[in-house]
Ligand binder design. Structure first.
Ligand code: PGA
Length: 253
């Protein structure tokens, strides 16, 4: 059975009580699940509350971003050293919203990934093409560039710690999901590219993200190359996230 990651990216959603209620329901249902990994990525301010609530459970936390700097005069930024200090395991980096709305370039994402690894965090590196790129059939080389920018800054040992999330930009929050064939081909491409770059590194886990919902989760989870989901909208409601997990489990057996 493959180990599967169910990561919920809450983005800038939920207030404290809603977040605590959702987390409590997930803890009651999945707090002891150890065959697969559930990861919640709340907004920064909620992290300490969730840490307390999840103490002793198998559910892990991720931050949605981290700085490329260790410390200093960087108002509004959060250091990966602080994230690691709070015993958080994962950090999502290079999400397409960070790239599109906050100008994060491949080079900046690579610096963030490097420092996150040096801080002992496991980065979930988001990659994926826009519709324009896919319509020109350039998605493979586009994604390669995103990966290459990160890998050139790392040692093979560091590269082993990475997870990738393939999130075609045109599928995020749009209800359009990539077809199983598109997902399978791209995930294979990503894994082969990383292996070609660092033959010593293991094939990285590659999560799929972009309109994962209860009705497509089972089909996507069945694809051999898919090691998990990065779920946005459908991770905000217990009933939906729970159904995504429940509908995936038979495909993973
Ligand atoms: P979505 O978002 O599930 O709402 O499409 C996915 C993501 O942005 O990680």
């Amino acid at each position: 059975m493959k180990k599967f990651y169910f990561a919920g990216n809450w983005k800038m959603n939920l207030l404290k009580e809603q977040a605590l209620a959702l987390t409590k329901s997930l803890k009651d249902a999945y707090g002891k699940l150890d065959k697969h990994q559930i990861i919640l990525a709340p907004p920064f301010l909620l992290v300490p509350y969730l840490l307390d609530l999840l103490a002793g459970s198998k559910i892990k936390l991720a931050c949605q971003n981290a700085s490329q700097e260790r410390s200093g005069a960087f108002t509004g930024e959060v250091s990966p050293l602080l994230i690691a200090d709070l015993k958080i395991d994962y950090v999502i980096l290079g999400h397409s919203e960070r790239r599109a709305l906050y100008g994060e370039t491949n080079a900046l994402v690579a610096d963030k990934v490097k420092l996150a690894l040096e801080s002992s965090l496991r980065p979930i590196v988001c990659i994926g093409e826009t519709l324009e790129i896919r319509e020109k059939n350039l998605e493979n080389s586009y994604v390669e560039q995103q990966i290459q920018a990160v890998l050139v800054k790392l040692t093979a040992e560091q590269a082993r710690q990475l997870l990738f999330a393939y999130e075609p930009v045109w599928a995020i929050g749009t209800g359009k999901v990539a077809s199983p064939q598109e997902v399978e081909l791209m995930h294979r491409h990503i894994k082969s590219y990383v292996q070609k770059f660092y033959p010593e590194a293991l094939e990285p886990p590659v999560l799929y993200g972009g309109s994962v919902k209860p009705d497509n989760a089972g089909t996507l989870a069945k694809i051999k190359e898919v090691d998990g989901f990065l779920v946005g909208g459908a991770s905000l409601e217990f009933a939906l996230f729970d159904k995504i997990i429940q509908n995936s489990l038979p495909s993973l057996a």
